[in-house]
Write a protein that binds this ligand. Structure first.
Ligand SMILES: [Mg+2]
Length: 326
């Protein structure tokens, strides 16, 4: 890093980040200008901090690439727009880099950002700018804008008793991948599924078509599962003032593919499904009189009464990820 100026580094990064039609003015001025097609801007941001959200070297020896961190940063930001029923229009990315960071790592991060945008189908989105700075830890912060394309946003507060709870995307796979990375054994001990589960942790695949589809289908509440099904379901329960009762039988299909890895690690696959975040699937509720949109599977129903998450009507002690818990 030391040998390049900020301008020289930016000159290497920007060619790796193609622009889209929503950009009225790209990088080069003090700020970019992005179209807001329906007059409203959906906006959010997320940060990845070295040794908190990712580690450059894992206990099993895996080295986290810039590509993976770039992909994940884009994916979790795009997912938050998806969770509102919107589609992303732009990302701005701030990189805090320790001086020893190789230039190739930064270029790789830019490639990962671009690959996630394209690979996840965020057509119309691109990186329009950001910031480069020095620090003691690697930090990747991205802010994302999006459009609702005339749709109503889907909030957390609209779930009502009798509505169906449904999930799009995967549950528990990223948590299984994290457990494999944090384990002493090598990846090959887990067979071919080990590689796939680790990929789910490093390069999550939020179902970006499902958010707008849910909004069009009349979803009453929605969020992306970033901190675990139980914890995130609790957020809908609290915001909506209802109970969310999850059906363990319906959740079994998410746990079954994880059972081999769980047995090797001596844990329960269902704990990853209920408590593991970072797959960035969608959890939504729908009025009972409509068919679920493509990509969604029913996993429970909304109940009247206390804002509580239950499993087959029983309370669960399981919690998901909380950044500030010890
Ligand atoms: Mg979210």
């Amino acid at each position: 890093m030391g040998e390049l100026t900020e301008g020289e580094l930016l000159a290497r990064i920007f060619p790796l980040l193609p622009l889209s039609d929503t950009v009225l003015l790209g990088p080069g001025d003090d700020a970019a200008i992005v179209a807001a097609p329906d007059g409203r801007t959906v906006i959010s941001m997320d940060t990845l901090v070295e040794d908190h959200d990712f580690r450059l070297v894992r206990p099993n020896g895996h080295r986290t690439t810039g590509y993976d961190v770039g992909w994940k940063s884009a994916a979790q930001n795009l997912s938050d727009i998806n969770a509102m029923g919107g589609t992303a229009t732009s990302l701005v990315v701030s990189l805090t880099l320790p001086p020893q960071t190789p230039v190739a790592w930064v270029e790789d991060c830019a490639r990962g950002l671009a690959a996630a945008i394209e690979g996840l189908g965020a057509i119309g989105c691109c990186v329009v700018g950001g910031d480069l700075g020095a620090g003691t830890q690697l930090v990747v912060t991205a802010a994302v804008t999006g459009t609702l394309d005339g749709r109503s946003p889907v909030l957390r507060s609209g779930a009502r008793a009798g509505h169906t709870i449904a999930v799009a995307g995967t549950l528990g796979r990223a948590a299984a991948g994290l457990a494999i990375l944090e384990d002493g054994r090598t990846l090959t001990d887990f067979g071919p599924s080990g590689e796939e589960l680790v990929a789910a942790q490093l390069r999550p695949q939020p179902p970006l078509a499902a958010g707008p589809a849910a909004a069009l289908a009349g979803a009453s509440a929605m969020l992306d599962v970033s901190d675990g099904l139980i914890r995130d379901a609790g957020r809908i329960a609290t915001a909506s003032g209802v109970g969310l009762d999850l059906d363990p039988e319906a959740l079994r299909r998410y746990a079954e593919p994880l059972e081999g890895a769980a047995a090797l690690l001596g844990v329960e696959a269902m704990d990853w499904v209920l408590g593991g975040g970072e797959d960035h699937g969608l959890l939504a509720t729908f009025p009972p009189d409509r068919p679920l949109p493509p990509g969604f599977a029913a996993v429970g129903s909304v109940k009247p009464g206390r804002p509580l998450v239950t499993l087959a009507s029983r309370e669960t002690a399981l919690r998901g990820w909380d950044h500030f818990a010890d």
